[in-house]
Design a protein around this ligand. Structure first.
Ligand code: GLU
Length: 287
């Protein structure tokens, strides 16, 4: 039997906030409950959106919450050669191509890219992958069958941007394959790109992984807690109350006795009692 390999893959666009703690904890409990390993990968793929010191702050916060990862931390910024090698192979065999369409032109097509540059043989611009394995739905461990929005299914999506940055979908799949990840546990905001990611596994002829999307924490105005919305960093000095709150959000019914114990005991109890079916089915909830 293949060993369970899970991961937490934060982007260092800000410190760890309540929403990202929920993703970290959900992936941690699911990995530990399956007697697997839990990896941490820093997705520093987009420097303009990063905050200086955020990677260190995220790792320190994970340590403060005693969420100890297995193996070495992987940084996407150190893996450009891997992404480029795959793109070069696709360009060479004609599976990928350059595209010079502007955002405005795509908007004029109703926001959908119809493959305009497929046969133009351009030598620069953004790089798109020919969509030869469209995926219209997938099974989520908690939510069952999820449908991919129609417009996304057949699109030749961007794998390297015109400004030279590698696309998230490409990096995340190449890294998950390379690190032997068997299940992706992350926030429900990433349900939408999952179809494209599954297409990539199929194009690369790799065994697919399973997916579990966790409920998203919303603020009282109904916005997703995110670094872009300047969600507050979690308290690293006194982690217990926030840890218990995040676990409650993940559907645990915390017994009173647990309030009197320490972080390690709480996490151990969480690993022993975690069940996917405890997760609320709503995708977005206010903590
Ligand atoms: N880096 C992504 C984020 O922070 C998560 C990627 C993933 O879990 O697939 O939103």
């Amino acid at each position: 039997m293949t060993r369970y390999v899970g991961r937490f893959a934060p982007s260092p666009s800000g410190p760890l906030h309540f929403g990202s703690l929920v993703a970290a904890l959900g992936s941690y409990f699911q990995a530990k409950a399956n007697h697997g390993v839990w990896l941490v990968r820093i997705e520093d793929l987009d420097p303009p959106r990063e905050m200086q010191g955020a990677s260190e702050a995220i790792l320190q916060a994970l340590e403060a919450y005693h969420l100890h990862w297995d193996g070495e931390i992987v940084y996407q910024s150190q893996r450009h050669h891997l992404y480029q090698a795959q793109i070069d192979a696709w360009l060479k065999n004609g599976d990928a191509y350059y595209c010079q369409c502007t955002r405005k032109q795509i908007k004029e097509h109703g926001g959908y890219y119809p493959g305009t540059c497929r046969n133009k043989n351009l030598q620069e611009g953004a790089i798109r992958l020919k969509m030869t394995k469209p995926v219209s739905h997938f099974i989520d461990q908690r939510h069952g069958q999820m449908s991919i929005p129609e417009a996304l299914i057949n699109e030749d999506f961007i794998i390297k941007r015109r400004d030279g940055l590698f696309a998230y979908n490409l990096a995340v799949v190449l890294d998950d394959i390379d690190q032997g990840v068997t299940e992706v546990v992350r926030g429900a905001d990433l349900i939408e790109p999952t179809g494209r990611q599954i297409s990539l596994y199929q194009i690369l002829e790799q065994p697919e992984v399973s997916y579990l999307h966790l409920p998203l924490a919303m603020d009282t105005n109904g916005n997703k807690l995110s670094k872009q919305n300047h969600a507050m960093a979690i308290d690293v000095n006194e982690p217990k109350p926030t840890l218990l709150r995040a676990m409650t959000f993940l559907g645990f019914h915390i017994p009173k006795e647990l309030n009197a114990t320490n972080i390690d005991e709480i996490l151990r109890w969480g690993c022993e009692n975690w069940q996917v079916k405890q997760l609320p089915v709503e995708i977005e909830i206010t903590p």
